[in-house]
Ligand binder design. Structure first.
Ligand SMILES: C[S@@+](CC[C@H](N)C(=O)[O-])C[C@H]1O[C@@H](n2cnc3c(N)ncnc32)[C@H](O)[C@@H]1O
Length: 220
């Protein structure tokens, strides 16, 4: 595994410190989902769905240019080619979808929660799909990129739907104070267990962090 860290871009605004009670428990869940067999079971799925159903009506208040910048930066400095089809995992109310549309030809926005998708606009070149990211209704090798913005990493399912030379992009818009957050080394390690040897690059933009992972080019 190679994980290359590139120069961070400093924030222009002071960090709003979060109470650890707001993120520690969910970070533990995020880690279990990424690394443990049985980390995502029907009971947990039900609890997560209920949580986000309740948050859906006010989710649009979490927009703003500051929150979009880490994703823009990941797609740009992370070296993602233009065009192709991206899966936007845990798309919520679609706050980040326009950023993905600037880079990809088509975006399939996937969310577990109907209440989130009902509040999501439907721009051209997108499809909204209600599904569990642990069991995507998509063919093997059909995605050029899997993009998780503040969303869980399901390594085996992303490895299945990703093209051989595709990319997984993982963004946490509040960095290590994001509830759904895995440190870059853990993102890379969790995906490598399913993708085989990988090359990854990571950086920060403002208070957000991002990691881009792809299968390592095979030796001639
Ligand atoms: C923290 S929100 C992020 C929403 C959006 N990406 C953003 O940053 O504004 C996480 C989203 O993931 C969705 N989600 C949670 N578990 C999921 C799963 N197993 N499959 C698909 N979506 C899921 C939730 O419903 C929620 O909309």
């Amino acid at each position: 595994m190679t994980l290359r860290e590139i120069e961070p871009i400093a924030s222009e605004t002071p960090r709003v410190e979060r109470d650890p009670d707001e993120y520690v428990a969910m970070q533990k869940v995020t880690r279990q989902i990424a690394f443990e067999d049985g980390g995502w079971d029907p009971e947990r799925k039900e609890r997560i769905a209920q949580l986000f159903e309740g948050l859906a009506p006010e989710w649009h208040t979490r927009g703003g240019e500051d929150r979009l910048r880490p994703t823009r930066d990941a797609l740009s400095r992370g070296g993602i080619p233009s065009g192709g089809t991206a899966l936007e995992i845990g798309s919520g109310t679609g706050i980040h979808t326009p950023v993905l549309l600037d880079r990809f030809g088509f975006v399939i926005s996937v969310d577990l929660v109907k209440e989130m998708l009902d509040l999501s606009p439907r721009p051209d070149r997108t499809a909204l799909v209600r599904a569990d990211a642990a069991a995507l209704p998509l063919a093997d090798g059909s995605a050029d990129a899997v993009v998780c913005v503040n969303a869980f990493v399901f390594p085996s399912e992303y490895a299945r739907v990703l093209r051989q030379d595709g990319y997984v992009v993982v963004v946490a818009t509040s960095g290590d104070q994001t509830p759904i957050y895995l440190p870059p080394g853990d993102v890379t390690a969790a995906l490598e267990r399913q993708l085989g040897p990988v090359e990854a690059v990571t950086s920060r933009h403002g208070w957000g962090t991002w990691t881009v992972v792809r299968r390592a080019a095979s030796s001639p």
